[in-house]
Design a binder for this molecule. Structure first.
Ligand SMILES: [Zn+2]
Ligand SMILES: [Zn+2]
Length: 248
């Protein structure tokens, strides 16, 4: 009898070790704090400049696309007449102009205890230095109407020439559906609409439009946003973390 009890006890202890081992690995879904620039930031292109300043990553960017657009001046080498698929395309009267962005985003992003809504203007930056705006149009406008002014890569400029994406930046995702697209101001990365061969839908994501697990750039796991083809497209109810700042 004593022998049986001991074996049972041993079995129970083993099970506990296995179960707690599983728990540990699922809780440990965040990249450890660092004081170095994560490799993911080396993916910035188009003359974007990325440096480290204490607890912040500083991204200086020009905010102009590295792809063709009918919103470039006609004498610009990147001028490209509209050749997208939207039969209701209607160009707005604005023209792309260079910006002087400085984004300061947390080096070690963390979940905010109080989530803040995103505002009008840049809420993040794509890896080509173009601003990311939220799912809402300029005050007084309706994004479902504004969508008809998006060029063949899904961007358009404001009246002050600020080019931006509200939805999937097609130039960045066309050949890289599951790649890094950029960062929101809270320092959390944004990924494309696919993952492990599967298209991500809103149902796969939380209210902020993200979830946590390992990615190629963050093998220890990180919270990240995903782009989907349906509203709210990039971000949902606001920043998951605490937003940094942007000046223009
Ligand atoms: Zn817009
Ligand atoms: Zn994911």
């Amino acid at each position: 009898m004593r022998f049986v009890h001991l074996s049972l006890l041993t079995l129970c202890l083993c099970l506990m070790v296995v179960v707690s081992g599983c728990n540990n690995s699922s809780d440990d879904n965040t990249t450890p704090a660092t004081n170095q620039l994560p490799d993911a930031f080396s993916k910035f292109v188009n003359d974007s400049e990325v440096t480290l300043d204490g607890d912040f990553v500083v991204i200086k960017a020009k905010g102009i696309p590295n792809h063709g657009s009918p919103y470039y001046e006609r004498n610009n080498s990147l001028y490209e007449a509209y050749n997208g698929t939207n039969v209701n395309y209607m160009q707005n009267p604005n023209v792309i102009s260079e910006q002087n962005y400085t984004f300061r985003i947390p080096l070690n992003p963390a979940e905010a205890s109080r989530k803040e809504a995103t505002g009008f203007g840049a809420i993040g930056v794509a890896i080509n230095g173009v601003a990311i705006f939220n799912q809402f149009a300029a005050p007084g406008d309706d994004l479902s109407q504004e969508i008809n002014t998006f060029d063949q890569y899904n961007g358009h400029p404001t009246s002050s020439g600020t080019y931006h994406y509200h939805i999937e930046p097609l130039y960045l995702t066309n050949n890289n559906q599951d790649g890094l697209v950029g960062f929101l101001l809270d320092g959390f990365p944004i990924y494309g609409p696919m993952e492990n061969g599967k298209t991500i839908t809103n149902a796969d994501l939380d209210a902020y439009h993200g979830h946590s697990h390992a990615t190629t750039d963050y093998p220890s796991g990180i919270y990240h946003y995903h782009i989907t083809t349906e509203s709210p497209y990039i971000n949902g109810d606001g920043y998951f973390g605490t937003a940094g700042t942007v000046t223009q």
